[in-house]
Write a protein that binds this ligand. Structure first.
Ligand code: ATP
Ligand code: MG
Length: 428
């Protein structure tokens, strides 16, 4: 036999029953989006590489070392598996003039790809829910997207997810801060690691985001962007905070919060938990008013976030908040192959009436013994076994055997009155 082929490292299969938890989570997300008026958007997984190089910034972790980029062997186009969702959504908004009639509130759910070292909460194919509120420049929308995440935590039953916020101000304010930062870091050259030295002039702000413990003290003492913000930026930040305060949502202002992409300005935020070890950020986002122009569109303000689904599900699991599996209501037992057509008619009628039915699947030698069928029925978790025995069928009936409750077995009209029968089952 040939060697078995395995999945790519860091890319996971999501199998039942785990996939049931994903569906449950996604249902909660879709319900949330409907309540806030966010519409679903589905953009390609593969995009032209320059979209991300321009959009995210050349000196970011993602573009420097995490992108799955390749050349289309048919035509030589440089392509990339999307590492995040925002750039693609903004490209689509520009390409289809989506903001022609005003702002758009959008969300997506789907896989992202980053070539990182696989570990808990960090995979090479992972999944995000994201929201993007496009075309709105006010602090009201910043607060709205932040609060949407909070509502989702509540819908999921998650307590103890902390909010951190910061303001990155506007480009000119960042330039002033950048110079102050370079001056400070240069004065402490000897304490910089190799990464920081390389970024000193290309992207000093990102040095503040270092995960190197040896540099924490240095970074703690660095000049803060907050002190370089002008009046308008401070007003915007205060307005966001006022809404959070009114909602009773606590937050920590974290002056070191800079986020991984270059495109952010003004409000940035992260939702963080202490319960997932090093990968504690489960949702991050902010305002990105410059991105439309950066990738060739008419300027338009925007704000959004991305949420790591694996991390949220991990947290839910850890908190014992995973939903129970949903077994079928009924398992149809077919003692004899001759009963199959009528069993199928019945099962179909029940399904039409909204009752889930798992029909016993036989082998090429027939349906198998009653004992083995009952064993399968029990293992399926179904509440009832429906037995399509020859005697019952001759009377136009089927026996309904409760598998979970103490209730007595009964017979029901198998043909002709399926709807009543289904309703009885459902409400039993
Ligand atoms: P980190 O600092 O953990 O690398 P990030 O700043 O790169 O995160 P974003 O690009 O902001 O992450 O993505 C938004 C969210 O997506 C993160 O908060 C996290 O929950 C999730 N995420 C990011 N990268 C991964 C990954 N490789 N595997 C699983 N989830 C991820
Ligand atoms: Mg990262």
């Amino acid at each position: 036999m040939a060697d078995p082929i395995q999945a790519v490292k860091g890319m996971n299969d999501i199998l039942p029953p785990e996939s049931g938890r994903w569906e449950w989570f996604e249902d909660k997300v879709r319900a949330l989006m409907r309540r806030y008026g966010y519409q679903n958007v589905r953009v390609p997984i593969v995009e032209p590489t320059p979209l991300f190089v321009r959009g995210l910034g050349e000196v970011t972790d993602i573009v420097e070392k995490e992108m799955y980029s390749f050349v289309d062997s048919m035509n030589g186009d440089p392509l990339t598996l999307r590492p995040e969702g925002t750039a693609g959504v903004v490209r689509a908004a520009i390409e289809h003039s989506m903001l022609y009639e005003g702002g758009k509130r959008l969300f997506y759910i789907g896989p992202m790809f980053r070539h990182e070292k696989p570990q808990r909460g960090r995979y090479r194919q992972f999944h995000q829910v994201g929201v993007e509120a496009l075309g709105h420049g006010g602090p009201d929308v910043d607060a709205e997207v932040i609060l949407m995440a909070r509502t989702l935590w509540r819908d999921l039953g998650l307590a103890d997810v902390r909010l951190e916020i910061n303001s990155l101000g506007q480009p000119d304010e960042r330039r002033a801060h950048r110079q102050a930062l370079i001056d400070y870091l240069q004065a402490h050259q000897d304490q910089l690691d190799a990464d920081a030295k390389r970024r000193l002039h290309s992207n000093p702000l990102r040095i503040l985001d270092t995960k190197n413990p040896a540099m924490q003290a240095l970074v703690d003492g660095a000049p803060q962007l907050m002190n370089c913000l002008g009046e308008a930026s401070l007003r915007h930040f205060d307005a966001v905070r006022a809404v959070l305060d009114a909602m009773g949502q606590p937050y920590r202002i974290n002056p070191r919060l800079v986020r991984g992409m270059d495109y952010y300005n003004l409000t940035v935020f992260e939702w963080v938990t202490d319960k997932l070890g090093a990968q504690g950020t489960i949702c991050g986002g902010g305002r990105y008013d410059g991105l439309f122009e950066l990738i060739g569109g008419k300027p338009a303000p925007a704000v959004g976030w991305g949420m790591g689904i694996e991390r949220v599900l991990d947290l839910l699991q850890q908190e014992g908040l995973a939903p129970p599996p949903v077994p079928p209501v009924a398992y149809a037992i077919v003692p004899d192959a001759a009963a199959l057509p009528r069993a199928v008619v019945c099962a179909e009628a029940l399904r039409s009436a909204g009752v889930s039915v798992l029909l016993h699947a036989g082998g090429k030698d027939g349906p198998g013994s009653m004992k083995s069928q009952f064993k399968k029925a029990d293992a399926s978790g179904a509440r009832y076994a429906l037995v399509f025995g020859a005697d019952e069928l001759a009377r136009g009936e089927v026996s309904v055997k409760p598998l979970r409750d103490a209730a007595a077995a009964q017979t029901a009209r198998a043909l002709g009155a399926e709807a009543t029968w289904a309703a009885e089952l459902l409400h039993a």
